[in-house]
Design a protein around this ligand. Structure first.
Ligand code: CDP
Ligand code: MG
Length: 140
């Protein structure tokens, strides 16, 4: 296994409910290190770029509206097998289908307002990290 980096967002529903610390504790307990983090407001164009792969999906408009509805916390996570490890920790997209102990089962409100984002592959992780962080903001 290789040490990887993945991109995470604590989404507006979770940031608004003051769950940043609770989610960070789950991340650290899973063996991932938070090597960059900042609280930001995402702009509409930025959200549309970030989720461009979903542009044709029926939920795209709602997704963008949600992601710009309030502050988020963007992060870079590092660890062995970080991309798959964080996807496992997040749980299924629909929290009603997520396994016990996952972030989404524990905290998510719905399939849309599902508390966290995590990259799904090395190429998307690199692209997503570069959209939100410059090199000197990441301290591994
Ligand atoms: O976030 P994840 O990779 O698990 O799911 P996705 O299929 O890449 O979808 C991206 C995001 O769109 C989800 O996390 C949800 O916030 C939203 N979504 C939705 O609102 N309704 C759906 N049927 C599917 C996804
Ligand atoms: Mg996805």
């Amino acid at each position: 296994m290789a040490v990887e980096r993945t991109f995470s967002i604590i989404k507006p529903d979770a940031a608004a409910r003051n769950l940043t610390g609770a989610i960070n504790a789950m991340i650290e307990q899973a063996g991932l290190r938070i090597i960059a983090q900042k609280r930001v407001r995402i702009g509409r164009t930025e959200a549309e770029t970030f989720y461009a792969v979903h542009r044709e999906r029926p939920f795209f408009g709602e997704l963008v509206d949600f992601m710009i509805s309030g502050p988020v916390v963007v992060q870079v996570l590092q660890g062995e097998n970080a991309i798959a490890k964080y996807r496992d920790l997040m749980g299924a997209t629909d929290p009603s289908k997520a396994a016990a102990g996952t972030i989404r089962k524990t905290h998510a409100k719905s399939i849309g307002e599902n508390s966290v984002h995590g990259s799904d592959a090395p190429d998307t992780a690199a692209k997503e990290i570069a959209q939100f962080f410059s090199g000197n903001e990441i301290v591994g």
